[in-house]
Design a protein around this ligand. Structure first.
Ligand code: NZQ
Ligand code: ZN
Length: 380
């Protein structure tokens, strides 16, 4: 186990009807900017619940934070927030609205162009923010990360801001999610766990078992959710899994990877594929190409999650990768680039970008431009 300091300050407020807690959680003297996506919250009753809870607060609204939030949109929110002297932000939506709001929270206290903060990778001071989560997937509701896109240059980069002060998770608000978003959310959650688990063995039994607990939960609930995504207990478990998968709880003292995410971000930036979907395509390729480095953990993962115990080590690893891909397909996602009409020119561009940035992703720094190419060729 490596040395670590663990701190997660976000208050988690969970359960049916808990959006009404907003009234007590946000101080009455704050000037609040509420941020939204494209309007799903108006159809499922979330907007009304939020407005009712904040009826006695001073609020303004900013609409239109799109999936894979764009700096071009967020600059407008920052301008409005500065003009209105906003001193509290409430993000109501999925990971994109929350991530975008994290950038707004930094941009409000920054003199220059907020894209500078994204490029730098970290924010300075931030305005306090909180969230009402509507889509279980990213864990953004309980972490300090955010991923921002720049349409103009087709870039998508991560940066670190502050944790939300609190996040409200009512499983009922997920009942209106389209099946594709549910599939992508399940895949994203599964891969978040793998990025922190599928590295080295023997670093922490506690982290391994917690990670495996989340993986088992996702494998168990995924087919049931496909049958009925308005079952409260199922969606509550989905929400909890997604939050716990990326709030630091399974990362204490263990080695992390994240190369699948870095390649996935490029696929989204260049081709517009939904985030969780890119991971379902890339992850089996990462497992295959890095099978020697990840050998011991792949064997542990295969045995404990999918019950793969027979054959030679190489046969077991092949079977584990096959079962992982089959799991993603069972969600209703494609797992090959060709199925999404993504060709060699995209692979060339990702390799070029990684070489230009001189990246060395993954737990051993092995994922360079040429290794990313190998991974993507494997999932053509
Ligand atoms: O915009 P609206 O109209 O609200 O519709 C959204 C959007 O079209 C819709 N939606 C959300 N909740 C709904 C709903 N529709 C019906 N009912 C509901 N309850 O779903 C669509 C997708 O929303 P989005 O926020 O884009 O999805 P997600 O939560 O998956 O977020 C994806 C973004 O988060 C980043 C991704 O890269 C991507 O940009 N990530 C952020 C991370 C973090 N901050 O830690 C980590 C992740 O690995 C990820 O990279
Ligand atoms: Zn993710």
């Amino acid at each position: 186990m490596h040395n670590f300091i663990f701190h997660n300050p976000t208050r988690l407020i969970m359960g049916k009807g808990m959006i009404s807690e907003l009234e007590k959680e946000i101080p009455a003297d704050k000037k609040i900017m509420i941020t939204f996506g494209g309007g799903s919250v108006k159809k499922n009753g979330v907007y009304e619940q939020v407005k009712k809870a904040l009826a006695n607060h001073d609020t303004i609204e900013f609409w239109g934070i799109e999936p894979n939030p764009a700096i071009e949109t967020l600059r407008k929110a920052i301008e409005l927030g500065k003009k209105e002297k906003v001193d509290f932000l409430l993000a109501v939506g999925g990971g994109s609205v929350i991530d975008g709001t994290k950038l707004i929270s930094a941009g409000l206290l920054y003199e220059g162009d907020a894209w500078d903060l994204v490029v730098k990778g970290s924010s300075g001071k931030t305005v306090p923010m909180a969230t009402v989560l509507t889509l279980p997937a990213t864990g953004s509701e309980m972490n300090n990360g955010a991923v921002i896109s720049r349409r103009e240059t087709k870039e998508k980069l991560s940066f670190f801001a502050d944790f939300p002060l609190f996040s409200i998770l009512d499983p009922e608000v997920t009942f209106s999610l389209p099946p594709h978003q549910i599939a992508c959310g399940l895949a994203d959650t599964f891969v978040h766990v793998l990025e922190q688990y599928l590295t080295k063995t023997g670093e922490s039994r506690v982290m391994d078992r917690w990670a495996e607990g989340l993986l088992h939960t996702i494998v168990e609930i995924a087919p049931l959710i496909k049958e009925n995504h308005t079952d409260y207990q199922l969606m509550a478990d989905f929400m909890m899994s997604a939050t716990m998968a990326l709030n630091g709880f399974i990362a204490m003292g263990v080695t992390e990877d994240w190369s699948t995410h870095m390649i996935g971000h490029e696929l989204t930036a260049l081709c517009g594929l939904t985030h969780g979907h890119t991971l379902a395509i890339v992850m089996p390729g990462t497992m295959y190409v890095l099978r020697q480095q990840k050998k011991a953990k792949l064997l542990q993962f295969g045995e404990r999650i999918f019950g793969v115990v027979s054959g030679t080590d190489e046969m077991r690893i092949d079977e584990t990768i096959r079962k992982t891909e089959a799991f993603f397909r069972s969600l209703g996602l494609t797992t090959r680039l060709s199925e999404e009409n993504i060709g060699i020119e995209v692979i060339d561009e990702i390799e070029r970008r990684f070489n230009e940035r001189n990246v060395h992703y993954g737990e051993d720094g092995l994922v360079t431009g040429s290794v990313a190419r190998e991974i993507l060729l494997h999932v053509m």
